[in-house]
Design a protein around this ligand. Structure first.
Ligand code: FDA
Length: 305
């Protein structure tokens, strides 16, 4: 199987509801604990403390996919509030990330707004910043519409734009005057070439373009990537335009390139690690396997050794 077809297989598997349910029931398996900090907030807190000790900032994410009823969405919001309270209580250097589908985006606008406001009120009380992850293309417009509404009510909220989408350059322009704190990423979902660059080279080119646009617009930029070429590009760019370290940060996922994370922190950059936890680890884990064949080799080693 070549890289592209294995990636497609893992992205297909990431959406399987039965496997998601089974994974929840049987707990962290197949080496998922390399990428997932545990199933409970207590386990996540221990991991965050260790990362903070190494000079790494964190954004913590309570994992949840396929939320399709109101009770589940309310429970997800409660978990987010629990995480915010833990950040405050334990004095962690951590923000929160969440997916709007887990707050009820696919159920009703009234529900998602109610849960988002509950979470953002708690976050504001405890001075915690919240990033709304970006999901697949079909939810992009809705996510941005809701983000804009929330941004007029709250300072402590940001979102994500994906370099693989054709629309992202105009989204950067459209959001400019909201002065958003944006995380910029390549994009993790399987999208059609009607809406996304099929060629990785074009994604990388667009990634550089949107990093430059957002930084030169004067807005806070989180460059979320494990790609050294993009990291080096960002370092050069900020030097060239005298952009202070306080206007940008690097972000990477928990378990991926940990030595590089520590190195960037030692160089004086803000380095934030995205730390997921929770029982619903399956879809997240499958997307990580889709991104990199070496991750699959790691998992197979874990199963067979
Ligand atoms: P890519 O996968 O192209 O890798 C580039 C290079 O990085 C590789 O060639 C290799 O050199 C190096 N590399 C990668 N993995 C490595 C490893 N394990 N060991 C050594 N080297 C490695 N997506 C999304 O759609 N919505 C979202 O909200 C988010 N949120 C998010 C937050 C954070 C903090 C991160 C880091 C990422 C996301 N993503 C995301 C995922 C993102 O879209 C993307 O799928 C992954 O980051 C992988 O893309 P890279 O930019 O890392 O480059």
């Amino acid at each position: 199987m070549n890289g592209t077809s294995s990636a497609q297989l893992f992205l297909f598997l990431s959406k399987n509801k039965l496997l998601t349910k089974l994974a929840k029931k049987y707990g962290l398996r197949f080496g998922a604990s390399r990428f997932v900090a545990g199933e409970t907030i207590e386990q996540a807190v221990e991991v965050i403390k260790q990362l903070n000790k190494k000079g790494l900032a964190v954004t913590v994410d309570y994992l949840g996919e396929f939320v399709d009823n109101e009770q589940e969405a309310n429970d997800m919001a409660n978990h987010c509030i629990e995480a915010i309270e833990a950040i405050h209580r334990e004095k962690l250097h951590s923000q929160l990330s969440l997916k709007m589908t887990s707050m009820g985006l696919d159920i009703s606008e009234e529900l998602v707004m109610r849960n988002m406001r509950r979470v953002l009120d708690a976050a504001k009380r405890h001075d915690v910043f919240v990033t709304i992850d970006m999901e697949d293309y079909s939810r992009c417009q809705k996510t941005l519409d809701i983000f804009k509404r929330l941004k007029t009510e709250y300072d402590n909220v940001g979102t994500v734009l994906q370099a693989y989408l054709y629309r992202t350059v105009s989204d950067i322009e459209d959001l400019k005057d909201y002065h958003p704190n944006l995380r910029l990423v390549k994009g993790a979902y399987k999208e059609s070439q009607e809406v996304a660059f099929p060629d990785k080279k074009d994604v990388d080119k667009n990634f550089k373009k949107i990093i430059k646009m957002h930084l030169l617009n004067g807005n806070y930029t989180a460059v979320a990537t494990h790609d050294d070429a993009i990291i080096e590009y960002t370092k050069k760019l900020v030097k060239e335009y005298n952009i202070p370290n306080s206007q940008f940060e690097f972000q990477m996922l928990y378990g991926i390139r940990p030595e590089r994370q520590e190195q960037l922190a030692r160089e004086g950059y803000t380095m934030r690690v995205y730390v997921p936890y929770g029982t619903d680890w399956y879809g997240y884990f499958m997307r990580r396997l889709a991104e990199r064949p070496a991750n699959v080799a790691f998992v197979l080693k874990g199963i067979f050794s």
